[in-house]
Design a protein around this ligand. Structure first.
Ligand code: GLA
Length: 398
């Protein structure tokens, strides 16, 4: 990335000179396993990508925020003392939502010009929104208190939490904490084994000797705001309320073990609710098994768990759809593929497959061709590189 060009582009929109300019970045994520468990207080196992949102930022001396994106040249201007009024913007509500929630949390936010370069494919299930939110949070907090990044450290977990609240209140998606946490806290070549009940986490080195994680983008755009996501969340809450009556000691669905579930599942009479809960309980268990398998270098086992995860998301949680299922089915037919599953919220978006290195080219060709034949348009593929979480790009990197 040529940051000099980014700064040049910034100046072409906002004028002035490069005095006071700082650059921040935060990545998208791929979730290895643990899907639709976070908002039930379960386990997840995501990794930050090297694909990221980068923000070029410069303070202003009034109370305005101006936003622009390199791929969307319409400028949005907002008044920091009136942020509640910008909830219905076509673009910019993620950023302004974060600014508003930061102010409500007591952070000093100052006027600034911000230019976004988004490298996470939008609406693809790789957390493009969390990348924007967390990059914005780190940028705004750092500009508001210049000591951040110097003598003071930003509390990145808090940035993740505030970003999540902004997504609830400004975008209307009642998302869990996984995406924002992974974007803020990722570490190169590590996945994050996160307990969403209390945000305790462990960074697990990802060594895939001889294998790669290949992301396949179905290029089926989806918007979580369309309601299915919140509907699933509500179904889990219903299931939890039923089980809690007989297990008053539990505070989250994610605490229920497979054994407890099997003993109590007769309490849930509604078939749909039962399927949703069964997914969460077993998926949660698959995360624990996956972490162990990867620690022991047992890629075969991890691959089986990936497959089981997808099948459960297809049959029990019902969030896959034709495009994701086609891509996963075709992926599994290729030699040297140990497992394939959807990643993220589903309803379109991306898959992740564990592919032997010597088969990567063939994998992309064969799955790409079959996908085009069956779906009618092209998929895209990325070899996923696991990168660091949200941060300011220091002079050296710039
Ligand atoms: C989206 C949400 C996350 C999580 C996943 C599904 O990415 O933002 O909180 O619920 O879907 O695992």
């Amino acid at each position: 990335m040529n940051y000099k060009n980014l700064i040049k582009e910034f100046l072409s929109y906002f004028g002035g000179d490069d005095k006071g300019i700082r650059i921040f970045t935060s990545p998208g994520r791929v979730n290895l396993i643990g899907e639709h468990t976070d908002y039930s207080g379960g386990y997840v196992f995501p990794a930050a990508l090297t694909l990221a949102t980068t923000v070029v930022a410069r303070p202003r001396d009034d109370r305005k925020i101006r936003l622009i994106a390199t791929d969307l040249k319409e400028m949005v201007e907002a008044d920091l003392d009136n942020l509640e009024t910008y909830k219905d913007l076509k673009w910019g509500n993620y950023q302004l939502g974060v600014a508003d929630e930061l102010q409500k949390a007591g952070y000093n936010i100052i006027g600034c010009d911000l230019m976004y370069e988004d490298k996470v494919p939008l609406g693809s299930g790789l957390s493009s929104s969390a990348a924007i939110e967390v990059a914005t949070a780190i940028a705004l907090v750092s500009l508001g208190d210049p000591e951040y990044g110097r003598s003071k450290e930003i509390d990145k977990i808090e940035m993740a939490k505030i970003s999540q609240i902004a997504e609830h209140n400004y975008v209307g998606v009642k998302c869990g904490i996984m995406d924002q946490f992974a974007s803020a806290m990722g570490k190169k070549d590590h996945a994050i084994f996160l307990n969403c009940r209390d945000l305790s986490y462990e960074l697990v080195p990802i060594r895939l000797s001889g294998y790669s994680l290949i992301i396949g983008n179905t290029n089926k755009k989806r918007s979580l705001g369309e309601g299915k996501y919140n509907e699933r969340r509500a179904e889990c809450e219903q299931g939890f309320a039923i089980l809690k009556k007989e297990m008053p000691e539990i505070s989250y669905l994610g605490e229920i073990t497979v054994w407890n579930f099997e003993n109590k599942k007769h309490l849930i009479e509604d078939d749909v609710i039962l399927k949703r809960v069964q997914h969460v309980v077993y998926e949660n268990h698959r995360v624990l098994e996956s972490v162990e398998a990867l620690k022991q270098g047992d890629l075969n086992r991890f691959g089986q768990l990936m497959n089981a995860s997808h099948d459960s998301l297809r049959d029990l949680y019902e969030v896959t759809g034709k495009e994701l299922d086609t891509m996963v089915n075709e992926a599994r037919k290729v030699d040297g593929v140990l497992g394939a599953r959807m990643t993220g919220a589903g309803f379109g978006g991306c898959t992740v497959s564990l592919v032997r290195n010597d088969m990567v080219d063939e994998f992309i060709e064969r799955v790409g061709k079959a996908y085009r034949e069956q779906i009618g348009y092209d998929a895209s593929f990325y070899i996923s590189e696991i990168g660091d979480g949200g941060r300011e790009l220091k002079f050296k990197e710039v």
